[in-house]
Design a protein around this ligand. Structure first.
Ligand code: 13P
Length: 252
């Protein structure tokens, strides 16, 4: 089964509205002839409507870095799937390690957010990853298995047809340390087997599994050559359009 690669940029808490528009406009121009690779950028919520206008009609799609699981209500400071959809987002990054670490996001909340995304017509990118200590303690597989089985609790495979999983080892995020190709191949293979066990072969074969953590123009090709790597979730190197386009064109 062929899976369309997805190269996604997580802009985190960088760029004002005008800065986001400038970078997105530049990226849309540079990426205008890219075919067979899905491209997504996730700016800050505030910039979403502006960036949506800037990339309209291009092959750059938009995502958000989080959303809340209720549709509406008295939830001060939160934003729903319907709101981000109306503002132009097609994807939502859910359960990023920075949200788990700094904002106390639990597997249960992550699960509800995945459901809210799917119900709202948004493609969820479920992020999982182990810390350095967990890896050193030999707990990598049990941590990832738990994040997946709890984050996808009570779903059936039909619900999850659009789901994307991003494996982002916490120790590789923003550190310049990338997991080795052997480590990535082993983990991605394990994730696909777990999806097979939980939801069957069809979803296991079609689901896109991205790698994230210090992806750069000079390491992306090797990562993308691994059979179970279907794309990248890129932080720092997605902020500059000239750099990000080199990652998007990893096979050139
Ligand atoms: P870096 O590419 O800056 O390591 O960030 C990865 C990440 O957290 C993407 O979500």
């Amino acid at each position: 089964m062929s899976r369309t690669p997805l190269i996604a940029g997580n802009w985190k808490m960088f760029k004002t509205g005008p800065e986001a528009v400038a970078a997105a406009t530049s990226l849309a121009g540079l990426a205008s002839d890219v075919a067979d690779t899905d491209i997504m950028i996730a700016p800050a919520f505030l910039s979403l409507p502006l960036v949506s206008e800037a990339v309209a009609g291009s092959n750059v799609k938009l995502g958000v870095q989080n959303l809340f699981y209720e549709n509406e209500g008295a939830y001060t400071g939160e934003v729903s799937a319907a709101m981000v959809k109306a503002a132009g987002a097609d994807y939502a990054i859910i359960g990023h390690s920075e949200r788990r670490q700094y904002f106390g996001e639990t597997d249960d909340a992550v699960c509800r957010k995945v459901k809210a995304s799917i119900d709202g017509g948004i493609i969820p990118i479920l992020c999982i990853g182990e810390t350095e200590v967990q890896r050193e303690d030999g707990k990598t597989f049990s941590v990832l298995d738990k994040q997946i089985s709890n984050g996808l609790n009570n779903f059936c495979s039909r619900d999850l047809s659009s789901l994307v999983i991003a494996y982002e080892p916490v120790w590789a995020i923003g550190t310049g340390k990338t997991a080795t190709p052997d480590q990535v191949a082993e983990i991605h293979g394990n994730i696909r087997s777990l999806i097979n066990k939980l939801f069957g072969n069809e979803l296991a074969m079609s689901i896109r599994i991205l790698y994230g953590g210090s992806v750069k123009p000079d390491n992306v090709s090797e990562l993308m050559s691994l059979g179970d790597v279907d794309g990248a979730l890129v932080g720092g190197a997605s902020l500059d359009a000239e750099t990000f386009i080199q990652i998007i064109r990893y096979d050139k």
